[in-house]
Write a protein that binds this ligand. Structure first.
Ligand code: GRF
Length: 193
């Protein structure tokens, strides 16, 4: 049986990308065929190179051009796309080509603390400033608007008023590591059924 090919987009540290790669390493049905980044100096790029994971860097101009990304992914017969800490907007024609086959993770309980500029520490700081008693992650499909695609799953964690922004980040990181790969696998399996 042909495996489902996954492309992971990442712009930063890549803890999620690495976790997804590890999760599918010996999977019979799914394989990661490429990591795509818009940042040559992103830690995830160096890690892929060291670990012989295929990685492709496109400039910001290139990633703004949906056709370049479509052609690249077509060549690799990519079936699913995962955004794991990818910080550029995905072009509309790419989103339409992979309709409901692009999965993003957002480090808050959307619709709270989403939208343009809401990434990384900005999100955790906003959660802390709003004195939230809980936060979490949202895994969702990608549409034309930042963080507004159909939700797939949300996972919660409790916050203490004494939690620093760094502690909030760590709690989110734990949720991401525990749940993101398995949710991706479930989405793929539900489509294969
Ligand atoms: C994660 O918190 C993810 O939810 C968000 O960006 C962060 C990326 O972290 N979209 P990493 O690069 O995977 O370590």
């Amino acid at each position: 049986m042909k495996k489902i090919n996954l492309a992971i987009f990442a712009s930063g540290t890549g803890s999620n990308a690495k976790n997804i790669i590890a999760h599918f390493e010996n999977n019979n049905a799914v394989q990661v065929v490429t990591v795509i980044s818009n940042k040559e100096d992103a830690p995830i790029v160096g890690w892929c190179q060291q670990n012989l994971i295929p990685v492709q860097i496109f400039s910001n101009d290139e990633v703004n051009n949906g056709q370049i990304l479509i052609d690249f992914c077509k060549n690799l017969t990519v079936d699913f796309v995962v955004l794991a800490g990818y910080l550029r907007k995905i072009p509309g024609d790419f989103i339409r080509y992979f309709d409901e086959k692009i999965i993003n993770i957002h480090p808050s309980l959307l619709p709270k603390f989403g939208g343009k500029g809401m990434y990384g520490m900005n999100v955790h700081l906003a959660v802390k400033t709003a004195c939230e008693s809980q936060t979490g992650i949202t895994i969702h499909f990608v549409n034309d608007n930042f963080d507004e695609g159909r939700y797939i799953a949300q996972f919660f964690c409790k916050l203490e008023s004494s939690d620093s922004v760094e502690v909030i980040q760590e709690k989110i990181h734990t949720l991401e590591q525990n749940y993101f790969p398995i949710v991706i696998e479930n989405v793929i399996n539900s489509i294969l059924l």
